[in-house]
Write a protein that binds this ligand. Structure first.
Ligand code: K7E
Ligand code: CUA
Length: 646
């Protein structure tokens, strides 16, 4: 079929291929069309040997209507501040989880429940800052790294942890309801960037890197960067309180933890302590900091710490020569830091160096004991291409590294890289695949666990340029799906995404067990509403009450399609009003909402959940409220009025 003919059918190149793949219709010309995203021929030939089924083989990502994906992808939202849940291999977006952003659909950042979570553990300085600037919460976040909690070196489906580089926070998402349940602000740091949970015996600690050097105490110079430091933080993944911090040299970038529960790692750039780009990339070598978890815990126990802003901080600076840290030199400005799923190696991606440095974690005991030199821990340093940023694994001994400058994914063999480092004449590079364009992170299915299964690889590309219809000067990113189940990588899907996924977590669907409705017996999110209702003698589940308490008015209602139990209420201008809505639907997928006309208020109220919002009734008149979640044939009728008397 010619391009012309294809155009006459009114089908895009992509949808044409998808259709053909389902119907099994032969598309002999498919290979000649230069199909976007399908440039690789299927190797080994298709089962029937026809061009049609060859296209079908190329579309191993196809998940038909009503079929379910095999993996959840938790995709970071970058400066959007949220997490997106995708299905893999279809790359369909399934859900968005607001975290550090404000969200119009769900009321995140406006509802009382979300504000309690967002402001539950912030510093007094931030609390004052919010007041001074008339803000209820920090309105933005820069979320780079989602990682799931581990038990015994693999995902346990409990939580996803994320960081906020913009406002120095770590947050946790409960995977049973896919909502953020805890947020903690990290003091003493600037730019919480890298984030990784402890793998063994479980999470455990969540390690968070402070990227920018700053004066930590009042006695550190405010003007001389020689007196500025970075801080490494361990958050307790259960309580979401800060466990301890370590003061270190250099800008901490990305991190990872080992598989043994003994050490964690952080790449550092800017060993120069420069404040500009040229200065920060001047040195030939920067380093990776290795943290000795047991030694740090011991130091805290013995009282060898300074308490700074309420946090115990141990001194892990190189000059302190403590047993908390070791500094291993690696080539210029390393970025990604990735533990291999066999538990043996840590990969440090060179960024400004074309190399990936491979550490053998089993040599670290000797390093800390002073028996070997820092560089003795290095067992390979393959030259892979320009701009290596992050590395992922297939569980079969191969690594996949993104090359930002080359716009490529390079597949290489770890054992061969180690042999080559010993001087043997072997080439560790297996294949280079063009990606489109400029990849940052990559991630493989289950690839950061001992259960790495080597099925899929996602390349998160920073630029999409010509890959999609032009949507103006701001382009989407491009998250490309690559089939790595065979000997060769095969690109199978282009997935546009809004600003700006950095990292993706790919977890087998069998690991995650979300609920169908909320649980009235587990009111963690609306506990404050339960407590207040009790004081008011109101039962949330049967409520139709308007309680006046001086200038405060509390309105309790249920929502059952298509009615709110309080169809109308009256308040006086200037009253402080709180509306509590409890959704008493017992079946799945029956969400209601509460949107209040001209008051900037919209709540999501899921089945069996309570949501609330507090505001000052400063605008007089009749204000309709309505359900904004399509719930019933009479959804449009589901509403009522707030009458504000002047
Ligand atoms: Cu490489 Cu913030 Cu993980 Cu982006 S970082 S790419
Ligand atoms: Cu309830 Cu729409």
């Amino acid at each position: 079929m010619s391009d012309d003919k294809l155009n006459q059918t009114g089908l895009s190149r992509r949808s044409f291929l998808g259709t053909a793949a389902v119907s099994g219709a032969g598309i002999a010309g498919a290979g000649l069309l230069g199909l976007a995203g399908c440039s690789n021929k299927s190797e080994g030939g298709a089962a029937s040997g026809t061009a049609g089924s060859s296209a079908a083989a190329d579309h191993s990502d196809y998940v038909g209507p009503g079929e379910l994906d095999q993996y959840y992808a938790f995709n970071s939202g970058g400066q959007s501040g949220e997490v997106r849940v995708l299905g893999v291999p279809s790359m369909r977006e399934l859900m968005r989880i607001p975290v550090f952003n404000m969200d119009s659909a769900t009321g995140w950042g406006r509802s009382n429940e979300s504000l309690n979570i967002l402001n539950g553990n912030i510093t007094p300085e931030t609390r004052k800052f919010l007041q001074d600037n008339h803000m209820r919460c920090m309105p933005n976040g820069d979320l780079h790294h989602p990682h799931m909690s581990f038990t015994d070196q693999t995902y346990d489906g409990r939580y996803v942890y994320v960081q906020d580089k913009a406002n120095n926070r770590v947050a946790r998402i409960r995977c049973d309801v896919m909502k953020t349940d805890k947020v903690v602000e990290i003091p003493n740091v600037s730019g919480v960037h890298g984030l990784r949970p402890q793998r063994y015996p479980k999470t455990g600690y969540v390690f968070a890197n402070g990227e920018h050097i700053i004066p930590i105490t009042k006695t550190d110079s405010q003007t001389d960067p020689k007196d500025w430091w970075a801080i490494y933080t361990a958050v307790d993944g259960e309580t979401m309180e800060i466990a301890w911090q370590v003061q270190v040299d250099g800008n901490l970038d990305n991190g990872d933890a080992d598989y043994q529960g003994k050490y964690s790692f952080s790449t550092c750039y800017n060993s120069e302590r420069a404040l500009d780009v040229q200065g920060a990339s001047g040195n030939e070598q920067d380093w990776v900091v290795v943290f000795n978890i047991a030694a740090i815990e011991e130091g805290i126990k013995k009282g060898d710490f300074k308490e700074i802003n309420g946090v115990k901080v141990v001194d892990g600076r190189a000059a302190a020569q403590s047993n908390y840290t070791r500094y291993i030199p690696v080539p210029n400005s390393p970025h990604g830091c990735n533990a291999s799923p066999d538990g043996n190696y840590i990969m440090l991606n060179g960024k400004l160096s074309p190399t990936v440095t491979v550490l053998d974690v089993h040599k670290l005991d000797d390093l800390f004991a002073g028996k070997i030199q820092p560089r003795d821990v290095v067992v390979a340093e393959p030259q892979l291409g320009l701009g290596p940023l992050h590395t992922a694994f297939d569980g079969r001994g191969n690594a996949y590294t993104t090359l930002f400058i080359d716009s490529q994914m390079v597949k290489w063999n770890i054992d061969k890289a180690i042999q080559a480092y010993k001087g043997e004449k072997v080439d560790p590079i297996i294949q280079k695949l063009d990606v489109h364009y400029q990849p940052g992170h990559n991630h493989t299915t289950m690839g950061e666990t001992k259960e790495a299964d080597g099925k899929w690889l996602v390349s998160l590309n920073k630029f999409s340029k010509d890959r999609f219809l032009n949507v103006g000067p701001l382009k989407p990113e491009n998250d490309q799906l690559i089939d790595i189940s065979g000997d060769e990588m095969r690109l199978v899907h282009d997935g546009p995404s809004f600003a700006e996924p950095h990292d993706m977590l790919l977890v087998a669907a069998s690991k995650v067990h979300p609920k169908q409705t909320w649980d009235r017996n587990d009111p963690w999110m609306w506990q404050a509403a339960v407590d207040q209702a009790k004081k008011d003698g109101v039962i949330l589940e049967r409520a139709a009450n308007v309680i006046r308490d001086g200038k405060k008015v509390r309105v309790y209602m249920t929502a059952v399609a298509p009615v709110f139990s309080v169809p109308q209420f009256e308040v006086n201008q200037g009253d402080e009003v709180t509306v509590y809505v409890t959704n008493m639907e017992t079946i799945e997928d029956l969400t209601h909402g509460f949107t209040l006309d001209n008051y900037g208020i919209a709540l999501e109220v899921g089945p069996q959940a309570t949501a609330s919002v507090t505001f000052t009734a400063s605008r007089p008149g009749v204000h309709w409220f309505y359900c904004q979640w399509f719930c019933h044939a009479l959804h449009m009728e589901m509403g009522g009025q707030m009458i504000v008397k002047a």
